[in-house]
Design a protein around this ligand. Sequence first.
Ligand code: ASP
Length: 439
Amino acid sequence: MSKVVKFGGSSLASAEQFEKVGKIIRSDKERRYVVPSAPGKRFSEDIKVTDMLYSCYALAEEGKDFSKELEAIKERYNGIIEGLKLKLSLDDRFEEIKKQFAAKAGKDYAASRGEFLNGIIMANYLGYEFLDAAEVVFFNEKGEFDAAKTDAVLSERLQTMSNVVVPGFYGSNPDGSVRTFSRGGSDITGSIVAKAAKVDVYENWTDVSGILIADPRIIKDPVGIEVITYKELRELAYMGFNVLHEDAIFPVRQMGIPINIRNTNAPMDEGTWIVGSTCQKSKYTVTGIAGKKGFCSINIEKDMMNSEIGFGRKVLQAFEENGISFEHVPSGIDTMTVFVHQDEFMHKEQKVVSAINRLAKPDVIEIEADLALIAVVGRGMKSTRGTAGRIFSALAHNNVNVKMIDQGSSEQNIIIGVANEDFETAIKAIYDIFVSTRL
Ligand code: ASP
């Protein structure tokens, strides 16, 4: 048995946090592959090292003096090294970074140093080998992650190593320059390493004891999710759950490796298991409730629309021509509604409307702004009758007007459109009906 353990920035923000991480790793021999993030915030007003690196590099790029800013970053690392009483100096590394910044090595190179340096400290602290992610994680000419090449090279390298630290968040371009994933991308590295090393579990350590059923900013002390499938999580992540980077699911999903989200500050908690499939029923009918504000709906009406072949395609072409992606397209007999992100659509609104008029020749087009979408997700919904009924009566009791309903064919996801101002009330009503009253 072996495990990948990925630690997020808050788990590695200080020497004290590193000590907790050290204890976790040493308590289980199977934790052989370690993927660290850069040091995160130690307190709420603190600045993440990644953000410090971005601002420091912005100065370098403008040809301004960046020595004070780089010194502040060095102090963050030296604080950790001293706190852990390590015999390690990063002076040479910082000399090199200074040179590269002056030579304008790029924003990605700059940001990646956060994980790179933390990886060196982690390897030294644990007595593990260090493997630079630039040597084993690859992007192609188009800047996309090259899964096949990465997996081939990385799995071969890992076969020769028993205990290793691979810094998260970055890899290299075909020309050897450094490239990062999008923010939070160390989660992806963890998943890539898990796949290449063919581990049994990918543990993702953070500062919460797993994934919560609903957003704690809306629901006070929501209950945690014990087991969730990749598919459910993907639906929820899309709607705003941000415990794990959404692209982190793909590599492990292919291999069926479960992800266990754990809390560095409460290591005894079981956390949440993200799995391929499970016979474990979720405690409640719904597994999670997520949502986002800021949508706009474009309602299109045309008599006999249902018999006009290609109508939907023409409408969607109007959005495509203007580079706007659509979120949902519920339709009726002579109506079709397209949901889009308001901020993306706003500036192009009239162009899209005239394109719809030109291409599809509808009778009426109406636009409604300031809408929110809520996803109620759960594998248990498939086998439970009346879920939709319960949701809508709960919303009605709370005076929430439902603007749109869309049930995915998977029967695991019901999407509801409401006005932005009803968003919180709607989430609370749905949470109460399923969780607080335990239905
Ligand atoms: N350090 C990077 C960030 O702040 C990547 C990560 O933590 O996953 O986004």
